[in-house]
Design a protein around this ligand. Structure first.
Ligand code: GLU
Length: 558
């Protein structure tokens, strides 16, 4: 029998001359500290980084980093139909945008690779897969199957009719015991086989193993003779995963839980090769609440499934990463509360503490985290980030702020620095709307209705107030002096100094209170009812602009 297996292997792979041992010699054990984890992110180059993939990539990188291990970026491009042009670069850039550069494998710009356990693109590893699949055939763990799609369909139809499990297994695995003669004959006719695993599993058997995230699991054992090698000369995911992670010395395979049902097959393959399997860590998928039911965040239905969405919105990468870390382990939130300014790498993520139920995507929470992340930045940083974002996604805003750089810097500095932590900005794309009016180019185009004042104040009183405000305004006054000045100005014009006084007085005593005075000024300067701190705004806008805007507002109110 074993000579038959050898002959079949030779018939199938006559051009494979290298021995498995020779290859293994090129992949020595890694020289890493005890406890160091080797992890990898292994996407297909579909040109799209799903938020769920970023999530597993983040966990993989974090686990490698905190154990002084290695985080590999490997590209799984064996499904040529799904591949898009430039797919590798798009993935590498996608990771880079979120600060998840790899230590080994594809470089951050996607143009090359580094490390001695490569190549790191699966289509460049085809010879390796062949050497080992040939070896598995020799060992009796795999065999060629020449069934046509029609034959497989008819097997399935029969199984369905008999109401039994469908698939290529047990007695249904027609070519399991194919003879050397038949293999030779079919190959001579030009038939192209796939290579299947000869599973040792028996229907109904259970398989138990320990998942580092999910704990001890008992699943249905594999009994399917799954395809490992396709007739186009490429391995399937199953085979590529086993060969790659063995050669690259991956210690922890961190991947989405959609792969959990395949874990028994993968572990079986490691056993058939006599290789030590890595530790599996199946991470739950990111779910979304849709009309009361939980479903997987979908590439097709949800724009937020594509990580490009966050870049486009100008949500800082740190916010996305913090949000994902929070999904991974809810105790991250407490840690952040206790260490508001600490760098993320000080947080320790434990695999066994990772969220095991479907993590529910929550945009409001993400934006809240983003507001906090942005509140910790200083004005220079905000300016640099906004400019970089706008240059890519909003050319008009980029021009506006680079033309008025100093002014923009001052605007972004409002309520920022020192103890002040402005928490109203969640994304750079909001800024055009929320601070655009500071710039005359934008302000002038806003409808004059924005100058409108509360009815209780009345237009004439407002115009009067504005005139008095201009006369009284002293740009050199401190915040306290300015406030006192504004209050007395209000009082002179019949406004209560505060709401308390206003409410205590009989109706009709006052025209309004200080809040109304501030609103009149705020609207004159911004055509808006909501703005950052009025005093700081005045400081930033400067006298010339204040005068011009107040003049316009007065003209409108008269
Ligand atoms: N290429 C697989 C995917 O895109 C990788 C899964 C894994 O990490 O092993 O999901």
């Amino acid at each position: 029998m074993s000579t038959d297996l050898q002959t079949i292997a030779e018939l199938l792979f006559p051009d494979v001359t290298e021995s498995p041992e020779a290859i293994l010699a090129h992949y020595p054990a890694r020289n890493l500290p005890v406890g160091a984890c080797v992890t990898r992110y292994a996407p297909s180059p579909t040109g799209f980084v799903h938020l769920g993939s970023l999530y597993t990539a983040l966990i993989s990188k974090k686990i490698a980093d905190q154990t002084k291990g290695v985080f590999i970026l490997r590209v799984e491009d064996t499904d040529k139909e799904r591949e898009v042009e430039n797919g590798i670069a798009l993935i590498a850039e996608g990771l880079h945008k979120f600060g998840l550069d790899s230590d080994e494998g594809i470089t951050a710009d996607g143009s090359g690779e580094r490390g001695v356990y490569g190549p790191y693109v699966q289509s460049h590893r085809r010879e390796l897969y062949k050497v080992f699949i040939k070896e598995l055939v020799v060992r009796g763990g795999a065999y060629p199957c020449f069934c046509t799609p029609e034959e497989l369909d008819s097997v399935r139809a029969t199984q369905e009719l008999q109401k039994i499990k469908t698939g290529y297994y047990g007695v249904w695995a027609r070519h399991r015991d194919i003879t050397v003669e038949e293999v030779a004959e079919r190959l001579a006719k030009g038939e192209k086989p796939v290579i299947r695993v000869r599973s040792r599993g028996v229907e109904g058997q259970k398989f138990s193993f320990k998942d580092a995230v999910k704990g001890g699991l008992t699943l249905t054992a594999n009994d399917q003779d799954a395809i490992l090698f396709k007739s186009d000369g490429y391995p399937t995911y199953h085979w590529a995963h086993v060969v790659d992670d063995y050669l690259m010395k991956t210690t922890h395979v961190i991947r989405g839980e959609e792969w959990l049902p395949s874990a028994p097959l993968h572990i079986e393959l490691f056993e058939l090769m006599n290789w030590k399997a890595p530790i599996y860590c199946h991470v739950s998928l990111i779910m979304k609440l849709d009309g009361g039911t939980k479903r997987k965040l979908s590439k097709r239905k949800d724009p937020e499934a594509n990580v490009e969405f966050y870049a486009e919105q100008g949500i800082p990468k740190e916010a996305v990463i913090e949000y994902l870390m929070n999904l991974a382990n809810s105790s991250f939130e407490d840690w952040r509360r206790e260490h508001p300014a600490a760098p993320m790498n000080e947080f320790v993520l434990k695999l066994e503490k990772i969220n095991v139920s479907g993590a529910l995507f929550d945009m409001t929470k993400l934006l809240d985290i983003s507001k906090n992340v942005i509140s910790r930045m200083n004005a220079d940083e905000v300016f640099a980030r906004v400019l970089a974002w706008a240059e890519e996604y909003d050319a008009k805003f980029a021009r506006l702020i680079s033309k008025n750089a100093e002014y923009a810097l001052a605007i972004f500095g409002i309520e920022r620095g020192g103890d002040k932590k402005r928490k109203d900005i969640a994304a750079w794309s909001e800024l055009d709307g929320s601070v655009g009016y500071f710039f005359d180019e934008v302000f002038d185009l806003l409808p004059t209705e924005g100058f409108d004042v509360p009815e209780s104040v009345g237009r004439a009183a407002a115009a009067e107030l504005l005139e008095a405000f201009l006369l009284a305004y002293n740009p050199k006054a401190s915040a306290d002096d300015w406030l006192a000045e504004m209050k007395s100005l209000g009082v002179e014009h019949g406004f209560a100094a505060d709401t308390k006084q206003f409410k205590a007085a009989p109706p009709g005593t006052y025209r309004g209170h200080f809040g109304d005075v501030a609103m009149v000024i705020r609207r004159a300067l911004t055509k808006r009812a909501q703005t950052p701190d009025l005093f700081e705004m005045l400081q930033v806008m400067g006298e010339r602009r204040i005068q011009a805007r107040v003049a316009q507002a007065r003209a409108f109110l008269k």
